[in-house]
Design a protein around this ligand. Structure first.
Ligand code: FES
Length: 146
């Protein structure tokens, strides 16, 4: 089995058995986002405690890559420092997914959840922490994701 096949199997497993699937009532961070071209969507919920991600969940519908990527993203950030999440790059997400060289059409699928997460962080930074400088940087980053 080639490494591409292995990653395909892993993605399908996350798609069929999504980890951290569900919602968090009154989450510190919540964001809904969708891909208007296909109608797929993601909702992401994050709780922050003592500067760490204490809980994260998602719900959504869509292609295998978008849903597996969201599920893997939740595993990547749970328990991590808030700073780690702020700095999380699209390259890290794509590598974690095992698809570092995705083409322009599928990259939107793979990064939909990261986009939702970063927009959620943007709101959290500006509204809750009143950290306008970090929020502005976050907004720029999201706009250049894809
Ligand atoms: Fe819709 Fe992938 S085809 S997000």
């Amino acid at each position: 089995m080639s490494s591409t096949d292995i990653y395909r199997e892993i993605i399908l497993d996350y798609y069929r058995n999504p980890r951290n699937y569900g919602i968090i009532e009154n989450a510190d961070i919540f964001k809904h986002d969708s891909n208007p071209l296909c109608g797929d969507d993601i909702e992401i919920y994050v709780n922050i405690k003592d500067n760490k991600v204490s809980d994260v969940k998602f719900v959504g519908k869509g292609c295998a890559i978008s849903q597996a990527s969201a599920s893997m993203l939740t595993e990547l950030i749970v328990g991590k420092d808030f700073e780690f999440v702020k700095k999380l790059s699209k390259e890290t997400v794509l590598e974690n997914l095992g698809l570092p060289d995705l083409g322009p059409a599928r990259i939107k699928c793979a990064l939909l959840s990261l986009k939702a997460l970063k927009y959620g962080l943007y709101t959290y930074l500006s509204d809750n922490l009143r950290d306008v400088e970090s929020a502005d940087k976050m907004k720029e980053e999201v706009q250049s994701l894809f």
